[in-house]
Write a protein that binds this ligand. Structure first.
Ligand SMILES: NC(=O)c1ccc[n+]([C@@H]2O[C@H](COP(=O)([O-])OP(=O)(O)OC[C@H]3O[C@@H](n4cnc5c(N)ncnc54)[C@H](OP(=O)(O)O)[C@@H]3O)[C@@H](O)[C@H]2O)c1
Length: 322
């Protein structure tokens, strides 16, 4: 699969290397709004073609799929244009600004018979699959509650899109995507949500939320830009809880790990290997069904909508998802 890349930002460097190191995948073109940035990035990352304008990436006959690494407000537009150009789509998280946009992306890709995934790497880690297996096979007992907390202290660059509401800024879309997604990956379809958000200049700086699922399963989620780095979760069941302190991406230079704490206070440690990003890219390029991952993305988007509405209304809001 030959990828074209839209955007030259912070995450691009890392994901381009993951694309280039995935068997059967190459990166043929990179596009920027700016010709000199495109040329610099092409040289830096070893990509043969660098073009000014994302439309030129989509028009390139040497591109089968695109990686969209733009601010959230631009995701829907470029996913739709990619689908119209017959290119498969790997789009950065959050997939879209809201659930309605996310559904539009899903429908357009289906109509064009192109595959799509949001670039939420952790869902593809062997560790995540094992955590879901433990839940499914009863090792932990019956799931009762999920906790997840994601924060990065002021992760801002010059002209940071995370601080611009119109570009999809704010910690809820950016980091709440992981926290709510973590609860959904464990508990399935969310039903209702409540959230409280601290905003600065119209942008979410810290959000805390409560999500309700079927069978009395609940989740508490927290995300923020004014708290030290955290990326932990706990899936608490009635016999044991699995705890992970870096579920979104393993800490650098440490093996991916989780702990199971049982009712007697005994602890099991487990370690894992492998690249979640290469697994994700391989999944998009395979012929495996993407339905459950796409459903996870749509549910996450609908939950963030409900949390946003709740932050404004002060009420518990329904999660509305097809
Ligand atoms: N999966 C992950 O672990 C992860 C980590 C970080 C970020 N992300 C996601 O990836 C996306 C990009 O984040 P990032 O941190 O890489 O952002 P970034 O460093 O600001 O890069 C975004 C790129 O988008 C392009 N762009 C087009 N219109 C823009 C505008 N109006 N303002 C700013 N940039 C614009 C720019 O490239 P050109 O001007 O060269 O075209 C820019 O370099 C976001 O959705 C973010 O949530 C994911």
């Amino acid at each position: 699969m030959r990828f074209g890349v839209l955007g030259t930002g912070r995450i691009t460097r890392r994901l381009v290397a993951d694309l280039q190191s995935t068997p059967g995948v190459s990166v043929t073109v990179i596009g920027s709004r700016d010709a000199s940035r495109a040329a610099w990035s092409g040289g830096e990352y070893g990509i043969a073609k660098a073009v000014a304008g994302y439309d030129r990436v989509l028009a390139d006959p040497d591109v089968d799929a695109v990686y969209i690494a733009l601010p959230p407000a631009l995701h829907a537009r470029w996913c739709l244009e990619a689908a119209a150009a017959g290119k498969h789509v790997l789009c950065e998280k959050p997939l879209a600004m809201d659930y309605a946009e996310a559904v539009t992306i899903d429908r357009a890709c289906r109509a064009a018979a192109v595959r799509w995934l949001d670039a939420t790497g952790w869902l593809h880690h062997e560790r995540t699959r094992q955590m879901q297996t433990w839940l499914g096979d009863g090792k932990l007992g019956k799931l009762r509650h999920v906790s997840a907390a994601i924060s990065f202290f002021e992760p801002f660059q010059h002209d940071e899109h995370r601080l611009v509401a119109g570009l999809g800024g704010g910690c809820l879309l950016d980091l709440g995507w992981y926290a709510a997604g973590c609860a959904i990956a464990a508990a399935g379809q969310p039903r209702r949500a409540f959230a409280s958000t601290l905003k600065r200049d119209g942008v979410a700086i810290r959000t805390s939320g409560l999500i309700w699922f079927d069978d009395d399963v609940t989740a508490t989620v927290n995300c923020g830009y004014d708290v030290a780095t955290r990326k932990w979760c706990e899936w608490a069941a009635d016999q044991a809880a699995v705890v992970c302190d870096d579920f979104t991406r393993p800490w650098r230079d440490r093996p991916p790990r989780v702990w199971i704490h049982n009712r007697a206070g005994e602890v099991e440690s487990h370690q894992f290997a492998g690249s979640q990003e290469r697994n994700m890219i391989g999944k998009l390029c395979s012929s495996d069904s993407l339905a459950s991952l796409q459903s996870q993305a749509l549910r996450t988007q609908a939950t963030l909508d409900a949390m946003l509405r709740s932050s404004d209304s002060g009420q518990v809001e329904s999660v509305t998802c097809e």
